[in-house]
Design a protein around this ligand. Sequence first.
Ligand code: NAI
Ligand code: MG
Length: 534
Amino acid sequence: MAARRLSSLLARSLSASRLLSSGRNHGVGSSISRYSTAAAVEELISPPVQISYTQHLINGHFVDAASGRTFPTYDPRTGDVLAHVAEGNAEDIDRAVAAARKAFDEGPWPKMTPYERSRILLRFADLVEKHNDELAALETWNCGKPYEQSAKSELPMLARLFRYYAGWADKIHGMTVPADGNHHVQTLHEPIGVAGQIIPWNFPLIMFAWKVGPALACGNTIVLKTAEQTPLTALYAAKLFHEAGLPPGVLNVVSGYGPTAGAALASHMNVDKLAFTGSTETGKVVLELAARSNLKPVTLELGGKSPFIVCEDADVDKAVELAHFALFFNQGQCCCAGSRTYVHERVYDEFVEKAKARALKRSVGDPFKKGIEQGPQIDVEQFQKVLRYIRAGIDSDATLECGGDRLGSKGFFVQPTVFSNVQDDMLIAKDEIFGPVQSILKFKDLGEVVRRANTTRYGLAAGVFTKSIDVANTLSRALRVGTVWINCFDVFDAAIPFGGYKMSGIGREKGIYSLNNYLQVKAVVTPLKNPAWL
Ligand code: NAI
Ligand code: MG
């Protein structure tokens, strides 16, 4: 069934290549040979890791789904099945929530000293370092991102994030409040309880850290539902957490689909808080489920269409490289991807030429191969979605500078694609494509670019490239987004808060701000019997 669906979707994808070969856009065929791919895609490297954990992790034990059902997870390099994983439904979520509830209500986790909790997080970070290469290989195998990115950047970041949150665990404290009258008033910052967490597939382990780190540091217990595309690494990581001394029931991981397992978690009456990362569309669904059930507070980290603004004083070569990274990093599958490249008219033509040349040089292929910058898209649905947007770009008056098609004949590889002459009202300038498709737009002055950059339902991030401190200051204040990167992009330090304005989300993750998502504030008021001052 799944295989049939896959092959029919793949067959449909060929229409994009047919459309291109019909010749509406010039020069595409000749550019294809310049991507260094075919060999890499044909001869795949065997990942140096075993798949050991495919069941749910509930109450400290790996268990099958209550229904006994499994679902396939794929290798995006080929579309072949990698493993069959326990398929969670409402009953599995119930079991996991019951375990988390017990671990919260009866301890020992919330009753441990913060220092003891901190030490478990630190031991977990040590184990992440010890298992760096296996975890990185599993992440790349299931997700398609370059192994070097997994092993040298994301896994070290995973350990760093948990050390950061370990640091917070014993530094969470309330205040004494100077209330009127003869009262001593203090605030206690307490864990909320059972946190439900739903994460996506583009950064499975980093999203695990952004959610699990602050929840545990604050003393909560957790039921985490991974994305159906990428269930493997969170199970491995949660196993390591138990090796690090995490008590059973504190962190439960359930695999499964969104409308079943995810919806059961979002609407569960015994879940006290919900954190979600994914599409704006699904964000609205889970917010509604949370409201209709027990009004659990919800934090949402959703989609984006982030502007990357190249000012007239920019060093064009550097701007091209950064804009390329801002869009193409992680196969373009970033919520904050700089997917509207606004370039000042004075440097526009030079920028377009160089952006095209850079995209043509991008090395695409087996993500396990050294030097590969871009692997496959995550799955056939995303692959199809990206090709559909490329087609929409071709059908508009935008100019296809390079790319525009799939790459190779198997798996979900897409050519790095650049469109110039993009207008704000084109679909490729409005929607989140979530793929390796750069849209370059021209602007004349700062007021105009601010207005255009802000004319979107999203507000996640922005990039600004300029030598002028005054321009940088003005733009960083005028842009209605949660993060502004000036002359840099995708800087994701553990301490930097991240989240969206408008329909890009609610709340902030990472940094000190993320703790509020997992804490209740209790005011304790005591009469002062004697005058407070003698
Ligand atoms: P999605 O938002 O549907 O899925 C994200 C998570 O939500 C997954 O764990 C999924 O199982 C769960 N989910 C789905 N439906 C649910 C429901 N009814 N109730 C509870 N949980 C549910 O995203 P999807 O379908 O994987 O990708 C669609 C688009 O979303 C992408 O093309 C991209 O534009 C965007 N996206 C944005 C991400 C971000 O980092 N902000 C991450 C992934 C996707
Ligand atoms: Mg979805």
